[in-house]
Design a protein around this ligand. Structure first.
Ligand code: ADP
Ligand code: MG
Length: 401
């Protein structure tokens, strides 16, 4: 790995290449931002047709642990980042012997495992001022006998590989924990106490190789069926105290990790006003998509700057923003059988007629229910207008507001 702290500047000839592990929509939007600044982008991803591969200057089709693929990526690129947290941390450490890698494999490893993540949050609590939900590790059926009664009702989550509410089951009784754990096929789980949420927020931050950190305005998130539904910035419920607490906690965590890159932390604000840390993503986040259209520097441009050791950009938000996720469900008639009914393209022309609508589609040619196909961010002079325009889009698209 290059030990020099000099930046990797864009260059036309020879081109300066940046690499990304993963070919999903986050890689696609990363590529857009990098190319806008004059970098060329290589994507390592096993799937041949993928959102990031469609726009990358080069798609290296290989598995995330394939040493030949990793060698080619490291040889071509001055710096490498990741677009999803389940890329093997060992692959990132391997790449780091040959190229600058941000975030580091050790940081990604913490975010990959809910138990390691919660341990880390507890270690950080004296400086961050926030704790995760009460929880217990469930490795074997015998661990279920040891659960304190007050952890129920709770949520049983797989320690690894869960996302968008997948790999988690809500449980009310010890019997339900047993059944849910048995259905997880023996993988290590964490049982978390079900908390009374008032609302959910996320804090997006970035830290450069020089240790400079920035934090974006706080986002308020609504989830449906465990999947992000909308993000509002500024959030209609966020109080000054909760905002300050979550932002300070995020800066403490990013500092303690010695992190380089973009990091997003999800928090719960409870009905009594207290703030609880939920989980973190070692990459740009769905709740940060609003930054593309509403901030001076988008989360993807920030990712490029951090990995290229360039100065971080201004995080200032110039317009209120309301982001609506577009899932594959709206390609199908409500309640229709997806196998027999043909998908139909949503009425994008009508959505784009709404003032301040910014449509982002990820290039996925097959729509499936619960699959993230794109998002629309509504920019308006006031949050009320942005929200009203989002509701208008929901009505057009047949989404319950
Ligand atoms: P994922 O990795 O799928 O995003 P999360 O842990 O963030 O998993 O859980 C998804 C959603 O489930 C959260 O955004 C929240 O709405 C709900 N949830 C998760 N944990 C709890 C909890 N302990 N108490 C109440 N709701 C929770
Ligand atoms: Mg989450």
């Amino acid at each position: 790995m290059s030990q020099s702290s000099s930046p990797f500047k864009p260059s036309a000839s020879p081109a300066t290449w940046l690499g990304v592990m993963g070919g999903g929509q986050l890689g696609r939007m990363f590529a857009h931002a990098a190319q806008k600044m004059g970098f060329k982008v290589a994507v390592l991803e096993p799937a041949l047709d993928c959102p990031a591969g469609q726009v990358a200057d080069q798609l290296l089709s290989a598995g995330y642990t394939d040493s030949d693929g990793l060698n080619r990526l490291a040889a071509q690129c001055v710096a490498v980042t990741t677009e999803f947290e389940n890329v093997s941390a060992q692959s990132l450490s391997y790449l780091a012997e040959k190229a600058f890698v941000a975030p580091a494999g050790e940081c990604v490893a913490v975010a990959q495992d809910r138990l390691a993540e919660k341990r880390f949050f507890v270690e950080c609590a004296t400086t961050s001022g926030v704790f995760p939900a009460a929880h217990k590790e469930i490795k074997t059926a015998a661990d279920i006998d040891q659960i304190p009664d007050d952890l129920l009702p709770g949520i049983l989550k797989t320690a690894r590989l869960g996302y968008d509410g997948k790999g988690q089951v809500r449980v009310k009784t010890r019997e339900e924990v047993r059944d849910a754990f048995a259905a997880m096929n023996g993988v290590v789980c964490v049982l978390e106490k079900m908390l009374p949420l008032a609302y959910e927020i996320s804090v997006l931050a970035a830290r450069g190789a020089d240790g400079q950190a920035v934090v974006y305005p706080i986002a308020e998130n609504v989830h449906r069926d465990g999947i992000l539904f909308t993000t509002m910035v500024p959030g209609p419920h966020i109080g000054k105290d909760a905002a300050a607490k979550a932002q300070a906690a995020t800066l403490a965590v990013i500092e303690q990790l010695g992190y380089v890159g973009v990091l997003c932390i999800e928090f719960f604000v409870l009905t009594d006003g207290s703030v609880v840390v939920n989980e973190m993503a070692p990459r740009p986040h769905n709740s940060g998509h609003y930054t593309i259209d509403a901030c001076v520097t988008s989360q993807f441009a920030q990712q490029v700057r951090a990995m290229a050791r360039l100065p971080l950009g201004d995080v200032r938000q110039h317009s209120p923003a309301a982001m609506l996720n577009i899932l594959g469900d709206i390609w199908f008639e409500p309640g229709a059988d997806d196998k027999t009914s043909a998908p139909r393209e949503p009425a994008w022309d009508k959505v784009l007629a709404i003032p301040g609508a910014n449509l982002h589609l990820y290039g996925k040619d097959v729509a499936r229910r619960a699959r993230k196909m794109g998002h629309v961010t509504f920019i308006a002079p006031t949050m009320e207008e942005a929200q009203a325009n989002l509701n208008n889009a929901c009505a057009i698209l047949g989404i319950a507001p």
